[in-house]
Design a protein around this ligand. Structure first.
Ligand SMILES: Nc1nc2c(ncn2[C@@H]2O[C@H](COP(=O)(O)OP(=O)(O)OP(=O)(O)O)[C@@H](O)[C@H]2O)c(=O)[nH]1
Length: 785
């Protein structure tokens, strides 16, 4: 079949139609620093597995994986496209994840549904700031990993140094399973030309076919023409077996009886390596140059050999209520439980919902129940996705990933069960989404465009829960807020070009926050109004206290804590004398406690969206509603909700209000010679507060003798062409910096350091602004949004 969009030929998927038992499934993600080579490596995997008949090229924009238009234009991966292919009779469901700092939530969303991951590192730049962030995310979800050191063909590639950095910067135990074969070319430069597999002691090269389809294997002996290679490989294998013996009792027994590292069989070594990888004790490391078609097939073998099947993972726990949970067993015979981990709006097919089925079997045309929004949904079609190509299937079984067409309301992150299942509140754990820090005003170009804009925004929100859309009730303006500059730029592009909505977007601005710093505010508010001949009345009493910056407790919307102490006792009906017993009082209140609480909560939230200073969201308030007075039929849900909203606004009037600004946790990897200039810039106009400085260059003296890891030497001649900035160890700066001074930082850092530094940033907290800063922001905002 010829793929019209990208000129990519798609092979038949017949081999994937076979039934794969759950132990033969690998749900795998590729996580890495931007530009490490995820897409290039994936394209090779698809080619070698027979899925494509041509290798896609990132630089030409012909890759299967980066199928969204923006991705192809920008050459970066922004959406986790999933793709299924077979290798050695195993089914690999591969999820591509973005590498840009603006998409960390997207990464996290994919990581939670993975069983294992391949971390791709760039052999020249080693472990960078972003790799550390993604690594920490994978740690949070206990995802077993293997590592692939790519770009071994580049000048300045350092396999050994990258292994060291894995140990010290990522805090892991890297186990070297391959060493690179490097030959001197006639100009004395190092040429990466193959790999030694330390398990079976074979030399692998890819010389027979320019596309690298054929892997040549020759046994490594002491006669091998590259001096020292055999001895180095013996050293590598021995160290690997020793390290495995330290971590795995089974291997220790084998080693003690064999008494020779070289006598341990490949199969025994593989099994031990699998065990230590699955329990997170170590990370097997491989190397290659995907762009030169070197090293990809052994990496695919490693995915099968060392990464877990759904059966090898700990069973996910879903909650039924605040204090009741159930185990979701990975069995087809169990009741259905699936997670919608991604929703994409497709112009032709409508919303497509990617699901991971954790237990049971999801059949075509099944009626489902979405337990997050309490909505009945119907499956119209089930698909297996091959990047942008899809095939209809009849069911998705436990452990597998697939796509549902026909769901009307389901959003990214929702749990789906079968409609007739009684566990209507069953929910798989959702991820924590940080507060949005940028926003745009969006306006339809005319009245006729309002509906399409609303529809498009609704679909974009279903795709991406880290976006917020809010209509400001005073100005009537629609505000879209998100996590980063690029994040919102992509949304804008999607709105205008994919959804073809005619809309105007205002300047991108920072989303500041507002709060009060008074110790305690006690307030009672009576709401009384006549609307269209109908009287509305309710009264609320609340206490507001500020939440301290270091408070680690749980929060509701926007970093606030809303405590509703509404019971039969605290809800007072004004129609009765309070001495009458509660049973009778409650009968006079026509609404249930739950309906009343919801109305109060909704009212509070709407008021928290817009602070009194500049209309920014209010944060860091603990609001305790301790009583509510109702007035019979006049106290409708609307009356209660409006009363709650106005009570809060009224309570904050004329108080000690302050503006807060987003403070970012920034990590910068910078070569020592640029340290001064980067620090000067950071602490000067950017108002950064440096928290610490690490010397990653001390790696060479720092080896901890307790854990013996093997670090292959980096050949000296391999760097003859190299410049110092690559060899010099880097420093890592940790700082707190206001977001407002970090706009466009990537390009400033690039020009300050000649492109040798990298950085990563995440929201740390919202900090109180100085009076001068606050005045400047107020002046800037006076022109309106
Ligand atoms: N020399 C060399 N270049 C490579 C290799 N692998 C990838 N590249 C190049 O590195 C650049 C980035 O590769 P990608 O595959 O787009 O990297 P990525 O990690 O998918 O990047 P994002 O999607 O932006 O996160 C491209 O220009 C590739 O051609 C390699 O093995 N050797």
């Amino acid at each position: 079949m010829y793929h019209e969009n990208f000129g990519i030929q798609i092979a038949d998927h017949q081999h994937l139609k076979i039934y794969y038992s759950i132990s033969k499934i690998r749900n795998i993600g590729i996580i890495a620093h931007i530009d490490a080579g995820k897409t290039t490596t994936t394209e090779r995997m698809l080619y070698y597995s027979g899925y494509t008949r041509r290798i896609g090229d990132v630089d030409d924009g012909t890759t299967v994986m980066d199928y969204l238009k923006q991705e192809r234009e920008r050459g970066i991966t922004i959406t986790s496209a999933t793709i299924t292919f077979a290798w050695r009779n195993y089914r690999i469901n591969l999820i591509d994840t973005p590498g840009h700092v603006d998409f960390t939530i997207e990464v996290e969303r994919s990581i939670r549904i993975l069983d294992g991951a391949v971390t791709i590192l760039d052999a020249v730049s080693g472990v960078e700031a972003q790799t550390q962030t993604v690594w920490a995310q994978a740690n949070r979800y206990n995802v077993p990993r293997i590592a692939y050191v790519n770009k071994m063909d580049r000048v300045g590639a350092r396999f050994g140094r990258t292994i060291r950095e894995m140990k010290y910067k990522l805090g892991t135990t890297p186990l070297v399973c391959q060493i690179p074969v490097i030959q001197k070319d006639n100009r004395g430069n190092g040429l990466f030309c193959g790999i030694v597999d330390l398990l079976d002691m074979q030399v692998l090269n890819w010389n027979k076919d320019p596309k690298g389809s054929v892997v040549n294997k020759t046994p490594l002996t002491d006669k091998y023409p590259i001096m020292g290679l055999y001895d180095e490989a013996i050293k590598g294998r021995s160290s690997l077996i020793e390290a495995l013996s330290e971590m795995d009792d089974n291997m220790l027994d084998l080693f003690l009886s064999a008494e020779d590292h070289m006598k341990i069989s490949v199969e025994d070594a593989k099994q031990a390596l699998r065990r230590v990888t699955l329990n997170g004790k170590a990370v097997p490391v491989f190397c290659g140059a995907s762009f030169r078609n070197i090293g990809v097939q052994p990496l695919m073998d490693a995915i099968i050999d060392y990464l877990p099947s759904p059966l090898d993972r700990s069973v996910p726990i879903a909650s039924l209520s605040d204090d009741e949970s159930v185990e979701i067993l990975p069995k087809e015979t169990e009741k259905l439980c699936a997670l919608a981990f991604k929703v994409i709006y497709d112009n032709k097919r409508g919303p497509i919902v990617f699901v991971r089925v954790y237990s049971g079997k999801l059949d075509n045309h099944m009626t489902l129940y979405n337990t997050n929004i309490h909505h009945k949904e119907r499956v119209n079609k089930l698909l297996q996705m091959y990047a942008n190509d899809a095939e209809e299937i009849s069911s998705i079984t436990a452990g597998n990933i697939g796509v549902i067409i026909g769901l009307k309301e389901t959003r990214t992150g929702d749990t789906l069960i079968q409609f007739n299942d009684s566990r209507k509140s069953l929910r798989l754990k959702n991820i924590d989404i940080p507060a949005p820090v940028f926003f745009h005003v969006v306006e339809a170009a005319g009245i006729s465009e309002e509906k399409p804009l609303e529809e498009a925004l609704k679909n974009i929100l279903r795709e991406d829960p880290s976006l917020h859309v809010h209509v400001d009730k005073d100005s009537g303006q629609t505000l879209i807020s998100g996590m980063g500059e690029l994040h919102l730029e992509i949304v804008k592009d999607r709105l205008l070009n994919d959804f073809k909505v005619k809309a105007k977007l205002g300047k991108m601005r920072i989303s500041y926050r507002e709060t009060v710093i008074d110790d305690k505010i006690d307030h009672t508010y009576l709401y009384e109004r006549e609307i269209m001949g109908k009287r509305l009345k309710a009264q609320i009493s609340l206490t507001i206290t500020p939440i301290h910056e270091n408070d680690q407790g749980s929060f509701n919307e926007g970093g606030n804590r809303i405590i509703l102490n509404l019971t039969k006792k605290t809800i007072i009906s004004d129609e009765l004398d309070q001495s009458i017993n509660n049973q009778e009082t409650n009968e006079l209140i026509k609404l249930s406690i739950e309906e009343i609480s919801n109305a109060v909560y909704t009212g509070m939230i709407s008021s928290l969206y817009r602070g009194p200073i500049l209309g920014f969201p209010i944060t860091r308030l603990s609001i305790n509603v301790h009583s509510l007075r109702l007035f019979g039929a006049e106290s409708t849900k609307t009356a209660i909700s409006t009363c709650a909203s106005q009570a809060l606004t009224d309570a904050l009037k004329d108080r000690n209000l302050v503006l807060l600004e987003p403070l970012m946790n920034v990590n910068i990897d910078v070569p020592e010679e640029y340290l001064g200039v980067v620090l000067g810039d950071l602490t000067g106009t950017r108002r950064g507060n440096v928290l610490g400085l690490e010397t990653s260059g001390n790696l060479f003296d720092n080896l901890d003798n307790n854990i013996k890891i093997y670090i292959p030497p980096d050949p000296i001649f391999f760097s003859s062409n190299n410049n110092d900035k690559i060899i010099n160890p880097k420093k890592v700066i940790h700082a707190h910096v206001p977001l407002s001074t970090m706009l466009g930082y990537s390009s400033s850092l690039r020009s300050l350091t000649g492109g040798t530094a990298s950085f990563d940033m995440r929201l740390s907290s919202f900090g109180i602004m100085s009076d001068d800063r606050a005045k400047a922001v107020i002046r800037e905002m006076q022109g309106g949004f």
